[in-house]
Design a protein around this ligand. Sequence first.
Ligand SMILES: Nc1nc2c(ncn2[C@@H]2O[C@H](COP(=O)(O)OP(=O)(O)OP(=O)(O)O)[C@@H](O)[C@H]2O)c(=O)[nH]1
Ligand SMILES: [Mg+2]
Length: 236
Amino acid sequence: MSDSAVVRKVLTVAFGGAAVAAGAYFIYKSWKSTEHSSKDPDRDEEDVESESDDHEDVVPSEHRIVILGLDGAGKSSLMAALAGQKLSSSIPVTEGFNVINMNMEEATWNLWEVGGGQAYRQHWPRFLGNTSLLVYVVDSIDSKRFDESANTLWSLLGDEQLTNVPLLIVFNKQDIDGAKRPEELTEQFRLAEILKTRTVQLASSQVPPADDETGVSEFQGIVQIKQLIISLCESE
Ligand SMILES: Nc1nc2c(ncn2[C@@H]2O[C@H](COP(=O)(O)OP(=O)(O)OP(=O)(O)O)[C@@H](O)[C@H]2O)c(=O)[nH]1
Ligand SMILES: [Mg+2]
């Protein structure tokens, strides 16, 4: 995966603006599909052929990638790292949602993170329509909350908007001593059962500290997660 991903737009809004932003997104989607399916009765086959010669560049597909997980799991940090942004030492709690649009080589990624605090989880279903991939982030050191995290994931997967949507579970904070490895948590998250109904991949990650000099997007785990996102979006 090229690291030349360009972050076009970063937008942070509170829930008050959620309906407007989500609405704008769907209008854009439906405008796009209208554009591609429109037919002009005066055009003949030759016109269409010459047009396709003129437009050899394939319009990149668009993937809506929703990043969820409990508060403090590391969703904002992971999203920033995927976008190649330098991380600040104090990442604010997400009060609402964050959106980052990334132009990748093969597709545009619309990454959505919704706050994981109790007050925000009830709003998650509003963000699940047309999801290409669900990324669920787990704090691998917070053993007191593994059950809560697993139960939250299970109730999320019960939403019919996520039927057949592939799942990437990211076990974050692997840099901290005592962090559980993904394979140690598969039973707690009842992974075998989830696998019966959808494609699932596991990844371990550690988000680079703010003072790290390595390019963020080259940091251990981040490149691998990008590759997994590409393959899961293609499996959709
Ligand atoms: N050591 C370590 N700290 C991390 C890692 N990822 C995130 N953090 C820290 O964990 C805290 C929470 O990270 P966030 O990215 O804000 O978590 P979040 O899931 O977005 O939380 P909400 O927005 O409240 O839902 C921050 O202090 C981060 O710096 C990691 O991989 N390793
Ligand atoms: Mg956040």
